[in-house]
Ligand binder design. Structure first.
Ligand code: SF4
Length: 314
């Protein structure tokens, strides 16, 4: 979704920003339907990345702050790269638990498997269950059981993986958002369409939803799962909420919320000479990202297209 790669500059959220932002957010965060001591995917607050364990000190500080602010259903997402042995795994999970972490989400998918031995993932799940009980989410379970049934222990390349599985079957059984890097890298597995196939699409529900939004280390308030888009500086959340937003200042949002993908397409063709890819697109998000990339190449004046770095990692 966010074109995560080690090639991004090594910039971390500051403690000061964390304090300000978490304090502002704390009043809006809803607990899991099972209660604030439990976790659910789209409730509470999750610390994610990139990979949050890459900077363990900031992760720990986030949990401490979240706990002080009584933010409910606090959990962390991880790819388990750091679970190299039982001691380290137990020690870190216990420390986070003592400081207020309520649960954990463990990412399992073939993209992570390319880089992280599956035995790290299995260790993380086992130790997490010992420490967090039922507050352990495996995303996605289908892959977890599939990797186990394939007898995988180490890393496994995507090419090896794709030789072992039926991709058509996979598409029916797992959740895969056709956006971000996936739209580009996996495009050959999906039917492609010319841009006008997506012209009637509108993104109001994706962009103004009141659940599962993210903020990043550049202080962007990012709507939904839409990488490279920002409603502005999360430190200004009060004015964003109280004064509202004038969509005339946000031409891309204006097209996608009040209009549709055709409006965004026309806007980009007229103003930035966008030319669609003749190979076509697998999803509205694929087209949207391609259009936005072209706009960012041509101008730095469209303020909702942030972080700009996102577009240079496509
Ligand atoms: S088309 Fe663009 S704005 Fe709409 S959901 Fe996809 S990435 Fe977000």
């Amino acid at each position: 979704m966010y074109f995560g790669t080690p090639k991004w500059e090594n910039i971390w959220i500051s403690e000061k920003d964390l304090e300000i932002i978490l304090e502002k957010l704390s009043e809006f965060i809803k607990p899991s339907p099972y209660g604030s001591e439990n976790v659910s995917l789209n409730y509470g607050l999750h610390i994610t990345g990139g990979e949050p364990f890459l900077n363990y000190n900031i992760l720990l500080k986030s949990i401490q702050l979240g706990n002080e602010l009584k933010i409910p259903s606090l959990f962390v997402e991880t790819n388990c790269y750091w679970c190299k042995n039982d001691e380290i795994t137990k020690e870190k999970l216990n420390e986070l638990r003592r400081n207020g972490l309520k649960g954990i989400l463990i990412s399992v998918n073939p993209f992570i498997l390319e880089h992280i031995p599956f035995e790290h993932t299995e260790r993380a799940i086992k130790k997490s269950k010992d420490i967090f009980g039922n507050n352990v989410m495996i995303y996605q379970k289908y892959y977890y059981y599939q990797f186990k049934s394939l007898g995988i222990k180490e890393k496994f390349s995507i090419e090896q993986y794709l030789r072992k599985v039926d991709i058509n079957d996979l598409q029916k059984k797992v959740e895969l958002f056709q956006m971000g890097r996936a739209a580009y890298k996996l495009q050959d597995f999906y039917k492609k369409h010319p841009s006008n196939f997506f012209f009637k699409e509108n993104c109001q529900l994706d962009l103004v939803r009141n659940w599962h939004n993210h903020f990043d280390n550049y202080r962007n308030y990012m709507p939904g799962y839409c990488g490279g888009l920002s409603w502005g500086n999360i430190r200004n959340l009060d004015s964003l909420c109280n004064e509202g937003i004038n969509l005339d200042d946000f031409p891309v949002f204006r097209c996608l919320i009040l209009g549709n993908m055709k409006d965004l397409y026309d806007y980009s063709v007229e103003n930035f000479d966008f030319r669609e890819n003749s190979d076509g697109y697998i999803s509205k998000c694929h087209l949207c990202t391609d259009i936005r990339r072209k706009i960012v190449i041509e101008t730095n004046k469209i303020k909702e297209l942030k972080p700009r770095e996102f577009y240079f990692h496509i």
